[in-house]
Design a protein around this ligand. Structure first.
Ligand SMILES: [Fe+2]
Length: 240
């Protein structure tokens, strides 16, 4: 899908689902070396830390977090000093209202070709959709594990908005995982607008967070005797 088509799809519908092949082309168009470190990028999910803030007491979510910024119309980002992730209770009734500190994303991951391509792509896309704004950017690496017959919940808060302008969710890999379907719904409620299961590397969902809510169904192990996990990158852009 060429970038102009993606821009009109998000303008028209408030979200877009992209297959890995399309996403790959868009990332390579955004950055010539994009994806050069893809194997290392994917492997970095093996080094995440437990999320200890889970309201349900679950130990199935691992993560790292980074905060960055971009000037209006810039195509590159700057890393900001490490800081907590904060969501208001209105956006996250389960985990909002407090500053949550997570381990920082490792610097080589942020500086790597894949992440630089993702940032360049997001700056271009979101800059077209919402021009002339500097951005507060957050990057999250998430691993949701299913253990035995116990499901993992990618979005324990249910259908929600992140409280930003735009969200990119990109699958890095899923191993021995069934289900985990991403659904979107108009921000005011009503019927679902669409759903898509991120199954292949680089499969992606992009949402206009002011207009639509998103959620992901629980993930289950296909073979409960084997490790099972779903790894995603989430990047959010909020106008400053
Ligand atoms: Fe979210």
């Amino acid at each position: 899908m060429p970038l102009p088509e993606l821009i009109s799809e998000i303008r028209d519908h408030g979200y877009a689902f992209l297959g890995g092949r399309d996403m790959r082309q868009l990332l390579l168009a955004a950055h010539p070396d994009g994806l050069a470190d893809w194997p290392q990028f994917v492997a970095s999910w093996n080094n995440l830390e437990l999320d200890t803030y889970m309201a349900d007491g679950g130990r199935y979510r691992l993560r790292r977090h980074a905060t960055l910024s971009a000037a209006a119309d810039a195509r590159s980002v700057r890393r900001e000093p490490h800081q907590p992730h904060f969501q208001s209770l209105a956006y996250n009734p389960l985990h909002g209202g407090i500053e949550r500190w997570f381990e920082p994303v490792e610097e080589p991951v942020v500086r790597g070709a894949t992440m630089q391509a993702v940032f360049a792509f997001c700056c271009t896309l979101f800059g077209e959709l919402h021009p002339e704004h500097a951005w507060h950017i957050e990057m999250h690496q998430f691993r949701i594990e299913a253990r035995g017959t116990q499901a993992g919940r990618p979005t324990p808060e249910g259908m929600h908005r992140d409280g930003v302008n735009y969200v990119l969710v990109l699958l890095t890999q899923r191993v021995n995982i069934a289900s985990g379907t991403t659904t979107v719904q108009a921000a005011g409620g009503g019927p679902g607008l669409g759903s898509f299961t991120l199954t292949d590397p680089l499969d992606a969902a992009i949402v206009d967070d002011a207009r639509v809510m998103h959620g992901v169904t629980p993930v289950e192990a296909i073979d409960p005797a084997q490790p099972a996990y779903r790894d995603v990158l989430v990047v959010t852009f909020r106008a400053r």
